[in-house]
Write a protein that binds this ligand. Structure first.
Ligand SMILES: Cc1cc2nc3c(=O)[nH]c(=O)nc-3n(C[C@H](O)[C@H](O)[C@H](O)COP(=O)(O)O)c2cc1C
Length: 222
């Protein structure tokens, strides 16, 4: 039987996954989330309490932790506004087998989990302790490593914080957003050097446009 340790999970290491859940109205949602294995049967998620995923985990007490390296999935689940309907495409998701949550059809592996505990972690985040109920992996072919993949995902994660901080009342948070923008610029340079005219560079261009619009909004508030 496949263990999460076979999927790149390792004690104390954060791996980046897509966590899918059902909203109260039955719609499927998904968002990129870091996941930490504490034992082969347990995964910890640290989630901003402002997120919909947090709300859904609290009410449904289960989720699917999807393993993928598709940058498109990371982008369009992190920024729902990047989708035509302003939400994760419902056809991307299908009902899981053992829990009341959806799974991402294109994922390389699914981990169905039940929430054993959900408790405060810091001022902005909660920690959900998840118990592994089912692990299923597909037999994907090996993929040659491309730096554009990690640079794009790195830029997307920083951009989620820029979005939250750029219009923040706290000056320190706004300054943090400016620092993150510098890191995103470096990621952008890597992507355009190793993968110009690719889906990676298209995602970066779209992300940069989005960032410009948040910054314009931030400036108009000052
Ligand atoms: C690679 C990556 C990892 C992320 N990890 C986390 C995380 O561990 N916890 C968290 O709360 N948000 C994390 N985020 C940000 C959320 O995915 C983002 O805020 C998202 O919009 C939340 O969506 P939701 O409101 O539908 O839950 C991550 C984003 C990316 C791109």
């Amino acid at each position: 039987m496949t263990s999460i340790a076979d999927l790149g999970f390792s004690k104390g290491i954060i791996v980046e996954t897509i966590v899918s859940t059902y909203n109260a109205d039955g719609q499927a949602n998904a968002a990129p989330m870091g996941a930490i294995m504490t034992s082969p049967q347990h995964i910890i998620l640290r989630i901003y309490v402002s997120s919909l995923t947090y709300k859904n985990l609290q009410s449904k007490r289960c989720a699917v932790v999807n393993v993928t390296s598709d940058p498109e999935v990371f982008y369009r689940t992190a920024f729902k506004e990047a989708n035509l309907e302003g939400r994760v495409p419902q056809e991307w998701l299908a009902k899981a087998e053992t829990v009341d949550a959806p799974r991402l059809r294109t994922a390389d592996a699914f981990i169905e989990v039940a929430v054993a505990d959900i408790r405060p972690f810091d001022a902005e985040r909660a920690e959900a302790v998840c118990e592994v109920k089912l692990v299923q992996a597909s037999s994907v072919l090996p993929k040659a490593y491309c730096r554009a993949l990690s640079a794009t995902i790195e830029a997307i994660i920083h951009a989620t914080r820029v979005k939250a901080f750029v219009t923040h009342a706290d000056k320190q948070k706004r300054e943090q957003a400016l620092k993150l923008l510098e890191t995103i610029k470096e990621c952008n340079a890597v992507v355009n050097r190793v993968a110009p005219n690719s889906r990676y560079s298209e995602i970066m261009a779209d992300l940069n446009q989005r960032i410009d619009s948040w910054r314009a909004k931030g400036e108009s508030l000052r």
